[in-house]
Design a protein around this ligand. Structure first.
Ligand code: LMR
Length: 366
């Protein structure tokens, strides 16, 4: 049996967590041979509800669930963790855009970045779910100078899965036969769900749908799916968000299936001309716990425009939270380069082995 890993979840008594925690405890996320210690975090007023969930987890008698601890603050809850799922945030209501939450949630993520920096395991892998997820990931990372920017990711797998599900429904294909969808940019209505590299049963997807449907029905539907769910349910997606979190972490840690591409919000290294210093959704492959951007995809002029549009929104969001981004971490978040040939992602961010080492030091993405 392997040693248990420590996973912290914020917003642990919320609707997403209510779906997520049971999947994690059953082994669906980290593998069916991986015991887990869950460090569950909530605001003080929700601790009784969290205690109820902990009892239910216990009552499932999951063999892989080693320990549950409950915390009302992140400083304690992040102690020694290997993984952090940052879900807790003010949710968006009907009629709001995700960026309307920027002001409300920014401080939360600045504090969480500091707490990760001070208390988490140095190799911690972080997924930001609370909206606006990309910019919250940026804020958290910029407040964690001892961690590498590569350790911070934002959830766009929900959009990726939506893009796959909606395409499957339209074409009658089984989702398992759809591959290589890419969602570019922000987890917002400016995201660009790109089917130009996608295949259905190994044949180009774009040849199986009309350009007219793709541009005027499909793209807006994927972009606005979160809002459509809020309007219908009166609250935001929960079960599908939980599934996307499981998929994101599973693939990051255990690898993407051969030939597959998934979408992850990660710090831009300048690939595809996207400005450095923002968290942008790119096509990636994962192996041995590392992700790499898939390079060399051909993008047409119209696609480039969509990518720029969503990039601009992220740059605007970044300007709006500038006061929460310490200048000391500005350079380390722009000066990163990805070395594909060696299969190792190199980050010139000053973390990792001492620069004084007499042999080559590289800082691996963990
Ligand atoms: C979603 O996409 O369902 C979530 O990000 C919630 C929201 O605000 O849309």
């Amino acid at each position: 049996m392997r040693r248990p890993i420590r996973i912290a979840v914020t917003g642990a008594a919320g609707a997403i967590s209510n779906n997520l925690l049971f999947k994690i405890a059953s082994g669906e996320m980290m593998g069916t041979d991986q015991p887990v210690i869950m460090q569950l975090i909530e605001v003080p007023g929700r601790m009784e509800a969290l205690r109820g969930i902990a009892m239910e987890l216990e009552d499932c008698a999951f063999p892989l669930l080693h320990t549950i601890t409950l915390h009302d603050n992140v400083e304690e809850g992040f102690e020694n963790i290997h993984y952090a799922l940052l879900i807790g945030a003010y949710p968006r209501g009907p009629g709001m855009e995700r960026r309307d939450l920027l002001e409300m949630n920014a401080e939360i993520f600045a504090r969480q970045g500091k707490a990760l920096n001070d208390f988490a395991n140095r190799d911690v892998k972080i997924l930001v779910v609370g909206n606006p997820a990309n910019t919250n990931a940026l804020i958290a990372s910029r407040n964690a100078p001892k961690l590498s920017p590569s350790q911070f990711t934002a959830l766009t797998r929900l959009d990726h899965n939506r893009a796959k599900g909606i395409l499957a429904n339209h074409t009658g294909a089984n989702p398992k036969n759809i591959s290589r969808i890419v969602v570019w940019g922000n987890h917002s209505t400016t995201q660009y769900p790109d089917l130009h590299h996608a295949t259905i049963l190994d044949e180009p997807a774009m040849q199986q749908i009309s350009e007219e449907w793709y541009r005027s029905v499909y793209i807006p539907k994927v972009q606005q799916r979160g809002g459509e769910i809020i309007a219908a349910r009166g609250q935001s997606s929960a079960a599908s968000a939980a599934q996307a979190i499981v998929d994101h972490m599973h693939d990051w840690v255990l690898g993407t299936s051969p030939g597959e591409i998934v979408s992850m919000g990660i710090f831009s290294d300048g690939s595809y001309g996207i400005q450095k210093g923002i968290v942008y959704s790119f096509p990636v492959r994962c192996d041995y716990g590392r992700y790499q951007i898939v390079k060399g995809l051909e993008i047409n002029e119209w696609g480039l425009q969509q990518m720029r549009l969503t990039e601009q929104e992220l740059l605007d969001e970044k300007s709006a939270v500038n006061h929460l981004l310490p200048t000391a971490t500005a350079a380390s978040h722009e000066d990163l380069s990805i070395c594909l040939r060696s299969g190792v992602t190199l980050y010139a961010d000053g973390t990792g082995p001492q620069a004084s080492s007499k042999y080559l030091t590289t800082n691996r993405v963990l």
